[in-house]
Ligand binder design. Sequence first.
Ligand SMILES: [Zn+2]
Length: 347
Amino acid sequence: MQTRRVFLKILLGLGAIALPWTGVGYKVKSVVEPLLAQPRAKLYLIPPEAQTINEYFQSESLSRTAMDDILALSSGEMEGRRAGAVGEGRASQYLSREMSLLGLKPLGDKERSYAQAFTIPEVKEEFVGSRLTFSVGNTQMLRAPSLNLLGGLVGKTEKEIIVISAHYDHLGVYKGNVYPGANDNASGVACVLGVIRRLVREKETPRKTVVFAFWSAEEMGFLGSKTFVANPTIPLERIKAVVNVDTVGNGMVGNFGLWTANTTDIACQAVQKAAADAGASAMQVESGGHNSDQISFAQAGIPAVTLLAREWLVNNHTPQDSLGNVKIEQVELAADIVYRAIKSLAY
Ligand SMILES: [Zn+2]
């Protein structure tokens, strides 16, 4: 009965069917898979050494790389991940699947859910030079649904929390052009997923609880992180520091910047030291009127910092922010910095 339930969940949730690792399994896969093109489904062969189907998929998730995540999130299927649009839904499914397979505790607004639901107002598109941006339009119009995703690695105490975050939304499709957002911010999401996988692989229980958050509607004025601060799914006063990652994948490798209101707080200090230890540079830089989700927390008096590539503006908010705009070694270095920061803040 238990097995059947797991099987059914995978079937319904992921469009995937698991088969035992036998000659019959191979045969069924080769014959049936081509017939499943519409709707698209995939057959998996489960090797005998995997104790459960879940274990098999977890090992598959643990072997994924930053490149795999960026490829998936900036693919045509994700349609630029605009908050409120179908691409955001696909991206949120991808992320909640990874969070579930990696065993994070669901910290959404309902029990056993990673999602925190909120609504977004109508937005207007406008160009600032060659950059497409959103401004909030009529707030009385019918609002579209959007989702933050939150999951935790429970520490020895849940009374002290460190948040690691990245926004996963981008600009979507405008006038027939897809804005893939490979750097902004599939790179930051890949960086956070890389940190989760590294910590899960190490199996060490942290001293404090680490919460991983993927915000949406950042491009519409930090709406996801603002929603969380206004209606937190975990007590806000327990959050001791926030390390946010945004657009970390381009420019000279090792050349990062920090957006922070306070260079002496523990979040900024931890990231600066982590960058130095990783052989990179991360100095406070002028935001020049731009910002990211750390601002929602800073305004609530919580130490918060955003790590970004120093040259983040190159190709930003243009259709050219595709895979070619990202250097994978730069994303991996950013992940190493965030990993070192979290080790010092929470372990
Ligand atoms: Zn952006």
